[in-house]
Write a protein that binds this ligand. Structure first.
Ligand code: ADP
Ligand code: MG
Length: 526
């Protein structure tokens, strides 16, 4: 049920936060338009919306990073000027940043008191902080070793330090912007337990996420933003993921991926003992065996940074390594003395790089030029031995833009003027329509709208059903679980185990992602 934003339940006490008529423009972009929201005291309030909907901007206004062009902020019913982050802290607001702002070579304790009264290096404040930290840790299951250096902590623990920092400053209202993007499922569960504990102590929590499941799990109410506007606030218990997705996108969306069982054929790509040592001498891939068959999607799950990207780049001929690799039975050269990214493409391996800004697109080139990028030399783009046939490329680009529903469908716009989802479609159109035997695809839907996700997932399934092999790397477990025919989990440069998606779940994969060894599997993906 969709409730009126201003009506209903909050009548009893003043809301912890009320925003009235908040607007904010960045040049021509209206990031927030006349936003109204009430966040009730002692609740977990979700804010959900697609990329660019204006969520972070709204929270930055609340935290004093940006000044709204118009509108009012009320804290506990009192109009409050939040001119900077100090004013926000005084108003009892704490923010847990998407990118942590901790000092790496300081201890937990030093980071917690840094910037708060006393200063980091004063012994008395350290002793006081230590007592408080122990107390907070006991109260909220927020355990971290006070004397550990930040650089030695996992991302999940660093996040706890951010929360402790806010609590140390006596925050009553805690804002978390996309906190689970970097966490394993177990770490995310732990975070949610902490948040529920904080709520029981009367704290108010604003949780920003694009993950519908998290919203359903942990929030009491949820506000949905779309294109800078607040489109609805609903009670979580009375809504559904489907309704929320529809509110986010503004039309009906299919959340489930429909596919028939895979019909795997011959092994297309076979790798044995794959190793990569980076330029700092660190072993990033530690001996991986992998087989990918025609007509299957092999999903690689893992927390970002555990070697998945290195594996893709090795297979795509972008970085050298050792071991053996065959494609359709032919040996490829992992040292890259003979091979490179171009010869890989000629060997029918296509690659959608996870970082399309750095590797998939040239942002200030036009869409049609980007669609030919990497494939300039193919015969159908040549006028004669010397000249490229720009007309042919443009016509080809128009067809791809049409078939992949790139919006706006204008090949003459520069890549940078498209939204993330449409940029991704440009890259996918280019790589998929080369009709590769093997598609390597990293984070296919990162930063992509739900509507475009639906489209991209369908295309990947279609490609599989045409008998192509697909290696899918994603940090989104839901994506891995719904698309893959087989799943391997990577941790610290190794494959921790293989699972049948029909017979596993996020919890089990999460353990492997956290490096919990799996005795039943030998690390062999074959
Ligand atoms: P969300 O957090 O929901 O993904 P944001 O609040 O980050 O959305 O962005 C909303 C819109 O405002 C986007 O179009 C974004 O490009 C734009 N925007 C955000 N911050 C800035 C900025 N500092 N300068 C210019 N444009 C910005
Ligand atoms: Mg954001």
């Amino acid at each position: 049920m969709v409730a009126d934003v201003t009506g209903g339940a909050a009548a009893d006490a003043a809301p912890a936060i009320e925003l009235r008529g908040i607007s904010k423009a960045f040049g021509p972009v209206q990031a927030n338009k006349d936003i109204n929201i009430r966040v009730r005291k002692g609740t977990i309030h979700g804010i959900i919306g697609e990329n660019g909907a204006g969520k972070s901007t709204l929270m930055s206004i609340l935290y004093g990073f940006y000044k709204a062009d118009s509108g009012d902020i009320l804290i506990d019913g009192k109009p409050t000027q939040i001119t900077d982050s100090l004013a926000a802290i005084r108003a009892g607001i704490g923010m847990v940043f998407q990118h942590f702002k901790l000092v790496e070579n300081f201890t937990v304790l030093e980071n917690v008191i840094l910037g708060a009264e006393g200063g980091a290096l004063l012994t008395p404040s350290k002793a006081k902080a230590r007592r408080l930290l122990t107390q907070l840790a006991a109260d909220y299951e927020l355990h971290v070793e006070p004397d550990a250096l930040i650089e030695d902590l996992s991302v999940g623990h660093q996040q706890r330090v951010e929360i402790l920092k806010a609590l140390y400053r006596e925050a009553n209202i805690l804002i978390l912007d996309e906190p689970t993007g970097v966490l394993t499922p177990a770490e995310a569960d732990h975070l949610f337990r902490i948040l529920r504990g904080l709520k029981e102590q009367g704290k108010t929590i604003i949780l920003i996420t694009h993950k519908l499941r998290e919203i359903m799990d942990v929030t009491d109410e949820v506000s949905v933003m779309r294109r800078g506007e607040m489109v609805a606030t609903v009670t979580t218990a009375e809504t559904s993921p489907t309704e929320l997705a529809e509110l986010m996108v503004g039309r009906k969306v299919l959340l489930e991926v429909h596919k028939t069982p895979a019909q795997p054929g011959d092994v297309v790509l076979a790798g044995r003992g794959l190793r990569v040592v980076d330029k700092h001498g660190i072993e990033r891939l530690r001996g991986i065996d992998i087989d990918i068959r025609a007509g299957e999607i092999l999903g690689v799950a893992g927390v970002a940074g555990n070697g998945q990207s290195v594996l893709l780049e090795l297979l795509a001929g972008m970085i050298p390594g050792t071991g053996t690799l065959t494609m359709n039975g032919e040996a490829l050269d992992l040292s890259l003395k003979r091979d490179n990214a171009r010869t890989r493409r000629e060997d029918s391996i296509a690659h959608v790089h996870e970082d399309r800004h750095r590797c998939g697109l040239i942002l200030d080139f036009m869409a049609w030029e980007n669609i030919a990028f990497g494939y300039h030399h193919v015969p159908e783009y040549q006028k004669n031995a010397l000249l490229m046939d720009n007309h042919a490329i443009l016509e080809d680009a128009k067809g791809k833009i049409d078939r992949f529903d790139v919006r706006p469908p204008n090949p003459m716009l520069t890549a940078e003027s498209f939204s993330g989802g449409n940029q991704q479609k440009i890259v996918l159109a280019r790589e998929i329509e080369r009709n590769p035997d093997l598609l390597l695809v990293g984070q296919p839907t990162r930063g992509v709208d739900i509507g475009a996700i639906e489209f991209i997932h369908k295309r990947l399934i279609e490609l599989r059903d045409q008998g192509k092999a697909i290696l899918l790397v994603s940090v989104e477990l839901d994506e891995i679980l719904s698309l893959s025919d087989r799943i391997v989990v990577m941790f610290d440069g190794r494959i921790m185990g293989e699972r049948d998606p029909e017979k596993t779940d996020a919890r089990e994969l999460g353990l492997l992602m956290a490096g919990v060894t799996d005795d039943s599997v030998t690390g062999d993906a074959a």
